[in-house]
Design a binder for this molecule. Sequence first.
Ligand code: DGY
Length: 314
Amino acid sequence: MTAGPRVVVVGALPTVGADLLRQRFVVEAGGSRPERSWMLEHAPGAVAIVADPSIPIDAELLDIAGGSLKVVANFAVGHDNIDVEAARERGVRATNTPDVLTNATAELAIALMLAAARRVAEADALTRSGRWPPEDQILGRELAGATVGLVGFGRIARRVTQLLRCFDVRLLFTSRSEAPARHGAERRDLGELLADSDFVSLHVPLTSETRHLIDATRLAQVKPGAILVNTSRGAVVDTPALVDALRSGRLGAAGLDVYEDEPHVPRSLRELPNTVLLPHLGSATGATRDAMARLCVENVIAVIEGREPPAPVV
Ligand code: DGY
């Protein structure tokens, strides 16, 4: 093996990123879902760990990596998989890939709103099966004239509001910070937003405060028949409560890109006709994933060269 600083890659990093890393480092790649034992075996002595959100980077792994470890570079904007406090305590930097995936994820949230509202998955399945539905079997709803509530008002939610301007919707948002209203969106508290919105789209990071933010109590506050879209993290929603709300008709439909225990998608969600289910594709366009890979690697190189990384978390 070539001598030199070693970078361990766990999770899905596109070739462009792996090639850039190989120009400077010895790269050991564990594949898209490596066994924990592989990580524990390869982490010791590495200067950097590149991970995606499906790979937990916890205190044990940081300790096993040891004093050589300078940075955990996430190939994602979300960093709920990293024990950021443990990294901070050990003087290890953590980085992410914001901005470059904002538009792709915002577009996918809108795709899910439209797909759930127009029953695209259900209609596609019928058509493929050769069963042409009667005229009035697949009646949907339009975005135009609807109220869209965005829970969280970070970069992706703000891009959603910008893109939705053409759809003639009324926009509401919640925000922890004093985020200024944009593109005509009006701030509400969560209860008011849920009660008033025909579409609710989730755009908060997963933290201890947002875990199961949308639970049975919150789902009881939604406007009957509303459509829920989640492109943030699965655990922001309590899945059994979501299934109950979809079964009872309290929620009209859900468009989901994320799940509590990925890649496991509960049978209860898969069996419901009023769900559109995607396998965590928010940032999944070729151009965006390549831009994420480049930013991820720039973060690694900056830290190893003693510079401030372009996208620090800690
Ligand atoms: C992110 O960047 O956090 C996305 O969920 C990963 O695709």
